[in-house]
Design a protein around this ligand. Structure first.
Ligand SMILES: Cc1cc2nc3c(=O)[nH]c(=O)nc-3n(C[C@H](O)[C@H](O)[C@H](O)COP(=O)(O)OP(=O)(O)OC[C@H]3O[C@@H](n4cnc5c(N)ncnc54)[C@H](O)[C@@H]3O)c2cc1C
Length: 442
């Protein structure tokens, strides 16, 4: 079958290679031409490209299932697979990849280029071609690229075929990122960690994190409410460095003795929580032969680093539906939509609830024990009651859906109602950090 894929991001390329390995001829179209001759890759239109990405185990598992050699290629590129010892003699489970997004995509793109059944084409996808009530290809720079199956993997800002499915739920999550990449100096040890990927700390009114990547690189980031304009100057290197130096968790990593910056400060655009299914407003398949995957279906606040894991899980399920409903893409779309409703939408809903409550608390509100607690508070409560890990661990690892937290939520709420609060991390409040930013910007 001839397949046309709009978008050569992680979802589009993964799906393309996997379909080619099933014997299909796949053309992937992207407006981005790939890395330049000098090796640089700006990747305009994918604003998060140089921002830190945490690569969860689900990503390694998806690669292992469809293109296991890519894990070796990532390792050869300097990517570290982080493994924890398995419990009770079970084999160790990969817990993720320490990797820059740019390195991940370079390796994936090289796989797609080398895959015999995949052709990568540079061009702007204007629209989906249709005839006789089904998708017949893509319109690329005004010309039709004929295909029997069309996959929309054009990312979080996708406007492609917008009229063919119900409007997206959700929108701006109210939080913004600023980050910068560094490299450890020769012989320097990594800084303090509290997570496999590095360190993540919520302070009074903002969040900081360090993501370890490949080849001794790492990113430091600061996340805060988008509407707090006092932090706009963080995009200037001297201001970002002053702010990072003021927060102990970041200061330990970015101190000039330990590391040096290798990029400018990367201001982040706004972050979204959105969900959009396959079907039109009437619950029907909008256009048989057209399927949507990756960020075109779901985006979540990246603070929990779920995006590519959710995207590749979708791809794996989409491939399964196409295998099972071979020759009937409308049936595949219905089955895929049902799976996404049950297995993708809950991650979106989890973040919507969590982010709204986080912003309320960051504005000065206390834990609200009159209603269900958001997931971040349930995770924090493991500090007071480690027995919660039995339920929290699988959720945190994305092996269990957010609803599994319901089992312990009343117990955790009672804990907060008795007055327990997570111990504060050392560091300035958001007002104090804003003062550091304003002073450094003068
Ligand atoms: C700030 C930030 C940080 C993030 N951090 C993490 C993290 O830590 N861990 C994680 O797993 N995820 C993270 N994510 C999410 C992750 O980046 C996305 O889930 C991922 O990019 C989704 O891949 P995709 O292939 O669906 O879309 P994309 O990567 O957006 O790819 C879409 C492609 O389509 C192309 N395209 C779009 N429209 C057209 C058109 N009309 N014509 C031709 N080409 C087109 C684009 O050029 C692009 O190449 C983060 C996101 C953000 C915003």
């Amino acid at each position: 079958m001839d397949v046309a894929v709009a978008g050569a991001g992680p979802a589009g390329l993964f799906t393309a290679v996997a379909l080619a390995r099933r014997g299909h001829r796949v053309t992937v179209v992207d407006r981005d031409g790939g890395p330049g001759a000098d090796g640089s890759w700006e990747r305009r239109g994918v604003m998060q490209f140089h921002h830190p990405h945490g690569f969860r185990p689900q990503i390694g598992e998806a690669l292992d299932a469809e293109m296991p050699e890519m894990l070796d290629a990532l390792t050869a590129a300097g990517v570290e697979q982080i493994r924890f010892p398995g419990a009770d003699g079970q084999p160790a489970r990969a817990v993720g990849l320490r990797c820059r997004r740019a390195v991940f995509e370079r390796v994936l793109r090289a796989f797609a280029v080398d895959e015999p059944g995949v052709a990568l084409v540079r061009g702007h996808v204007d629209d989906v071609a249709q005839a006789g009530g089904r998708a017949t290809g893509l319109i690329v720079d005004g010309h039709e690229l004929a295909a029997e199956l069309v996959i929309n993997a054009s990312g979080r800002s996708a406007r492609l075929a917008a009229g063919l499915r119900a409007a997206a739920e959700g929108g701006d999550c109210g939080l913004s990122y600023v980050s910068r990449q560094y490299i450890l100096r020769p012989g320097a040890e990594p800084g303090p960690m509290n997570a496999p990927i590095g360190i993540i700390q919520t302070l009074a009114g903002y969040l900081v994190a360090v993501f370890q990547h490949d080849n001794r690189t790492f990113s430091a980031l600061i996340m805060r409410p988008s509407d707090d304009r006092r932090f706009g100057a963080l995009r200037f290197p001297e201001v970002f460095e002053a702010a990072a130096a003021a927060v102990p968790a970041l200061a330990a990593w970015v101190s000039p003795e330990r590391s040096r910056p290798i990029t400018p400060v990367l201001p982040g655009g706004r972050l979204h929580n959105t969900y959009r299914g396959q079907l039109d407003a009437g619950g029907r398949v909008g256009l048989p032969g057209l399927l949507h995957v990756g960020d075109t279906v779901c985006t979540t606040n990246p603070a929990a680093g779920r995006g590519i894991a959710v995207a590749l899980r979708q791809c794996v399920n989409l491939l399964r539906q196409l295998d099972e409903h071979s020759g009937d893409p409308a049936a595949a779309a219905l089955a895929f939509d049902e799976w996404c409703t049950g297995n993708v939408r809950p991650w979106y809903a989890d973040h919507v609830y969590w982010d709204a409550d986080l912003l309320r608390r960051w504005a000065g509100g206390d834990v609200d024990v009159t209603r269900r607690l958001p997931s971040d508070l349930i995770m924090e409560a493991t500090e007071a009651d480690p027995s919660l890990w039995r339920v929290v661990g699988p959720y945190q690892a994305m092996d269990a859906l957010p609803a599994t937290l319901d089992e312990v939520e009343p117990r955790v709420r009672a804990l907060y109602a008795r007055g327990w609060r997570a111990p504060a991390h050392p560091g300035p409040t958001r007002d104090e950090l804003a003062a550091v930013v304003l002073a450094a910007a003068r």
